[in-house]
Write a protein that binds this ligand. Structure first.
Ligand code: AHR
Length: 651
């Protein structure tokens, strides 16, 4: 192991400070759920992202039924491909395609799907194709082809559907012979007669845990690696919807995939400068799958439900109080879906979906970034009903869009007055805000409602493009403010960065924690900050001070400390936002070091505008080494623009 002796002389121009670490005065405990994740279907986070389906608009339910599909026919014959609507028989998935074929020997027609900004195809991997079909003709032959970006076939299968009476599923698997970042998928038809098609679906075999119709394993792995305490889902503004009709309704997202109604994604049209007309929600990632992700990665589920208000930046529609009951019932039923026994109505649905064991739901958010007295009135109605039936479920109320100002004060005061369990604060602010708010929670009330920093991200300005908003300055300033979360762990019980995922070719909002393309993934510097906090949180706060005061920016230093009482480790986090290295003497009070070695984890870059990227995914990533902590007051050097974690074993 590479051993660095950090008891050396001060680096040129470095400052010297003594941090007193009062191990003999342990503070409050740190919530085991402290650092979690916020997942919203934004930036192609779900469809086109974590949901591994490769076909866009598989059930022809987008506004434009053939969006994403290209139909070709030789010779051209009007009316050979038509969209039919069987609304009366299948309300949630009314449309299907009817193809009339008229040449027994040649390829007469083809349907090509472009995928979500192309399709990621991997050489040698198995692809599972399925579709619903109906035909009364024998002899129809279909060739299924994977195509690369030059339209060259890189994998195929021949399908010969057998005539049938009603809708049936056809499934076939085949391997890709090459890799493509922006591939496509084609069905070519030969023969005579009519064939009806719906739910044309193509999945790679390498999904998370190999689940058919599942999720992108590389994306879930990045989350699992963080060991998050919770996952907040499914939004965000998608919970609210542009209007009430477009709100997120969890009951529409469970059960058989083909019965889950497609819904426009509100990020489809939210930003005129980033239009995404093909952005819809198939709900292949629905509430069952969200709960399952949480279970898989050991995170507590934290669903957010619509409170009877549509997004106030959009239509701002309100559900009259007299008509709020179905919304409240959705919340009550969700507890039963997650926790109810298999004989209960909703517990049975969960069980029929393959999960008889409960999902152990313990908390729920009502509303996202809603505001005004209308929000408080509605929240109270939910609170009364939920607390009466499920007093053990903790409820989360939102303090709106901003971390300060009249709107925030009104909501914060009112939510505290009604003793809400958690208040969900959101702050999308400048790096300066993050630095200067490292002491934000030092003066918060210690009792009553706890804080859930549910969405936050430092927004650096003057960057060349959206992707580069996740620069080192933004991440370092977040790390600085998070020392304040940790020091105030009796106030801040949960925290999550936002948003989680973005596709390099399909984003609407930046910065974001993790970026993907159709084949690759990388964590931003902000990801590594979050991960380091989560993996090194400790179980109890240990006071750490400079000249008797919390370290909240003196000489651009920020610090927090904690102990892990199980592993008997002291964990010191130091952010040096200064443009030069600084040396720090560590004065431990009341601790006997087990040995003179400590672990140093450093996240650092000399250039605050540096980023990670698909090409350089770990440009800024943690580097671990061993250091010596010798003598009474060992001295360490924290590099310029660095986030350092020192872990020392004690007896
Ligand atoms: O994270 C993106 C959006 O930011 C969320 O949908 C919303 O809650 C916030 O305004």
């Amino acid at each position: 192991m590479f051993l660095i002796l950090l008891v050396s002389a001060f680096a040129a121009n470095a400052q010297n400070h003594t941090f007193s670490i009062q191990v003999n005065k342990p503070g409050v405990s740190i919530s085991p759920n402290m650092y979690g994740l916020f997942f919203e279907d934004i930036n192609l986070g779900a469809d086109g992202g974590i949901y591994a389906e490769l076909i866009k608009n598989r059930s022809f339910e987008f506004f434009k039924p053939l969006m994403g599909w290209q139909v070709t026919q030789k010779p051209f014959r009007e009316g050979s491909v038509v969209v039919l609507n069987r609304g009366s028989q299948f309300k949630t998935n009314p449309r299907f395609l009817r193809l009339s074929l008229n040449n027994i020997n040649q390829e007469t027609m083809s349907l090509t799907n472009e995928g979500f900004r192309g399709m990621g195809i991997k050489k040698g991997l198995r692809y599972d194709l399925s579709f619903l079909y109906k035909t009364n003709e024998a002899g129809i032959k279909i060739r299924a082809s994977l195509l690369n970006s030059n339209n060259k076939e890189i994998g195929s299968a021949i399908i010969t559907p057998v005539p049938n009476e009603g809708w049936e599923t056809y499934s076939i698997s085949f391997n890709a012979t090459d890799t493509a970042l922006k591939g496509a998928f084609k069905l070519s038809f030969e023969g005579n007669g009519i064939i009806d098609l719906d739910m044309i679906s193509l999945f790679p075999a390498d999904t998370w845990k190999g689940r058919p119709g599942g999720l992108r394993a590389d994306m879930i792995q990045m989350l699992a690696d963080m060991k998050p305490g919770f996952v907040r889902f499914p939004g965000g503004c998608v919970v609210e919807g542009f209007d009430i009709a477009q709100r997120y309704q969890w009951k529409n997202t469970i059960g058989p995939i083909e019965s889950r109604p497609t819904l426009i994604n509100r990020w489809n049209f939210e930003f005129a400068h980033r239009p995404a007309p093909d952005y819809f929600q198939s709900f292949g990632l629905g509430f069952f799958e969200y709960f399952q992700i949480c279970e898989d990665i050991g995170a507590a589920p934290l669903p957010i439900l619509n409170c009877g208000m549509a997004c106030q930046f959009n239509s701002a529609e309100l559900v009259p109080l007299s008509e709020l009951q179905p919304y409240v019932q959705d919340a009550l039923d969700l507890v039963e879906f997650a926790n109810g026994n298999v004989h209960s109505k909703w517990g049975k649905i969960r069980s029929d979906m393959g999960h008889p064991q409960p999902f152990n739901l313990k908390m729920m958010g009502i509303g996202n970034e809603n505001w005004g007295p209308q929000y408080i009135e509605r929240f109270k109605i939910f609170q009364k009903a939920l607390k009466e039936k499920y007093p053990e479920i903790k409820l989360i109320g939102s303090s709106g869009t901003d971390p300060n100002g009249d709107r925030f004060d009104f909501l914060n005061n009112n939510l505290r007055f009604i003793k809400v369990d958690f208040i969900d604060e959101h702050f999308y602010r400048t790096p300066q805000f993050f630095y200067s708010n490292a002491n934000r929670y030092d003066s918060y009330p210690r009792k009553e409602s706890k804080v859930f920093a549910g969405e936050y991200a430092s927004h650096a300005s003057g960057v060349p493009n959206g992707v580069t908003k996740n620069n080192w300055l933004s991440a370092l300033s977040e790390a600085a403010m998070m020392t304040g979360f940790e020091r105030n762990a009796d106030v801040v019980h949960m925290a999550s960065y936002a948003p989680l995922f973005a596709h390099v070719d399909g984003w609407q909002w930046t910065p974001d924690l993790i970026w993907i393309d159709n084949l690759n993934i990388y964590g931003t510097p902000n990801y590594y900050v979050q991960k380091l906090y989560s993996l090194n949180k400790g179980s109890r706060v240990i006071p750490i001070q400079l000249d008797g005061k919390p370290i909240i920016g003196q000489d651009s230093l920020f610090a927090s400390a904690s102990s892990n009482e199980k592993s008997k480790e002291l964990i010191i986090k130091i952010v040096n936002a200064n443009n030069m290295a600084q040396t720090i003497s560590l004065n431990f009070a009341g601790m006997r070091l087990l040995n003179t070695s400590a672990k140093l984890i450093e996240l650092q870059n000399d250039d605050l505008t540096s980023c990670n990227s698909i090409q350089f995914p770990t440009n800024i990533s943690p580097v671990e080494s061993e250091i010596k902590v010798k003598g009474k007051r060992p001295v360490i050097t924290v590099k310029k623009y660095s986030f350092s974690i020192i872990k020392v074993k004690y007896t």
